[in-house]
Design a protein around this ligand. Structure first.
Ligand code: GLN
Length: 363
């Protein structure tokens, strides 16, 4: 069945619909990863967004049981050059088409994704609609231009209730702003005794759980739309070691008095080089963000920029100068992408241990 992709600038692409044949509206973004579409479609940070994959063949190794980053995908749709009908992989259980039908997500294939990537790079991210060819394009465009995209994505994807993921190691409270399961997996693999809590949990409620450390997860949308998270970080800073990833990094920056800004088209892919300014070491990182910490705003805070993106010089890591707290804009849990930055989880646990020693020494 023919479908159309309509952008708010009036561009119309005609392609073949796959997955569910429902109409959708979202912010159109592109991801340059060559693999990892299953992790991308299930990453809650894409809530409210339609993702275009620049790699030309998607679905060739199917959808499997293991690689989900959340149980319910929050992505609004997929735009691809070609979607594979015949996946070949021993783990494959569904095609992308079958999975999207099950989850009621629309997709459109047969699009010139290079052209679309150039439009987005030139104009910045745009609103877009995927709909049936039968819809009147002018009317869809009018509606699209009037539509205001939701700003409550974190509320939509965060857990409703706290839940434990027990271990015998350090007690970590993981604040779920739209958490990728990869973060929880990394903590569990290191034996951590994790409690996942909703995005609106207060500092007092977290401290009652007697955490050794607090982890701030990734998540969708504009960090300024999550005042509960910013307030919690302000209240808890200095009381317990903190580690933040992506949205968690941005919320931490805002809580410490820095500012965040929207990027033109963001960083989404699996090969973004990031430099650690202390060691000079470059890591190839997995990324998915449309906002960034404004470097100029860091100067008037007690934060220090620890990492920068080599492609455009933007802030990729921060640490607090007075308290045990550090954050990164990229994804040390990978899922998908390279695992160069995986050692940051050890760094977090070492920071917690050092803090415990210091408290014991001063007692
Ligand atoms: N992956 C994330 O946590 C993304 C953070 C934020 N939603 C952004 O787009 O910048």
């Amino acid at each position: 069945m023919k479908a159309q992709l309509i952008l708010e600038d009036g561009t119309v692409f005609i392609g073949d619909g796959f997955g569910s044949h429902v109409d959708t509206i979202g912010e159109v973004v592109f991801n340059t990863g060559m693999t990892g579409y299953q992790e991308i479609l299930s990453d809650p940070s894409y809530c409210g967004q339609i993702v275009m994959l620049t790699y030309p063949l998607i679905g060739n190794y199917g959808i499997n049981r293991d690689d989900f980053e959340s149980i319910t995908p929050a992505v609004k749709g997929f735009i691809v050059k070609e979607v594979s009908d015949f996946p070949s992989n021993w783990r494959s259980e569904f095609t992308v088409d079958e999975y999207f039908k099950m989850k009621k997500i629309p997709g459109i294939a047969g699009i010139d994704t290079r052209k679309l990537a150039r439009i987005i790079r030139q104009h910045g991210t745009l609103k877009g609609a995927i709909c049936s060819i039968e819809n009147d394009a002018a009317e869809v465009l009018r509606n699209l231009r009037q539509t205001r995209l939701p700003i409550d994505q974190v509320r939509r994807v965060s857990t409703r209730n706290p839940y434990p993921s027990p271990g015998r190691g350090k007690r970590i409270v993981l604040v779920d702003f739209g958490m990728k399961h990869g973060i929880l997996r990394e903590l569990n693999e290191r034996g951590c005794d994790v409690v996942v809590v909703p995005y609106h949990t207060t500092a007092d409620e977290i401290l009652k759980l007697r955490p050794d450390g607090v982890m701030l997860s990734n998540g969708p949308g504009d960090p300024k739309d999550v005042p509960e998270g910013i307030q919690m970080i302000k209240d808890i800073l200095g009381k317990v070691p903190l580690f933040g990833i992506c949205l968690g990094h941005q919320l931490f920056a805002l809580a410490c008095g820095a500012d965040t800004i929207k990027m033109k088209f963001g960083h989404r892919g699996a090969n973004h080089p990031v430099k650690d300014l202390a060691t000079g070491k470059v890591s190839i990182t997995s990324q998915n963000h449309g906002y960034t910490v404004d470097e100029k705003s860091v100067k008037n805070t007690r934060l220090e920029v620890t990492h920068i993106a080599l492609n455009d010089g933007t802030v990729e890591g921060l640490k607090h100068l007075d308290f045990p707290a550090f954050t990164v804009q990229y994804h040390p849990e990978a899922s998908p992408g390279p695992e160069d930055a995986n050692g940051l989880f050890e760094q977090f646990l070492a920071m917690i241990e050092a803090e415990k020693q210091e408290v014991a020494a001063n007692a």
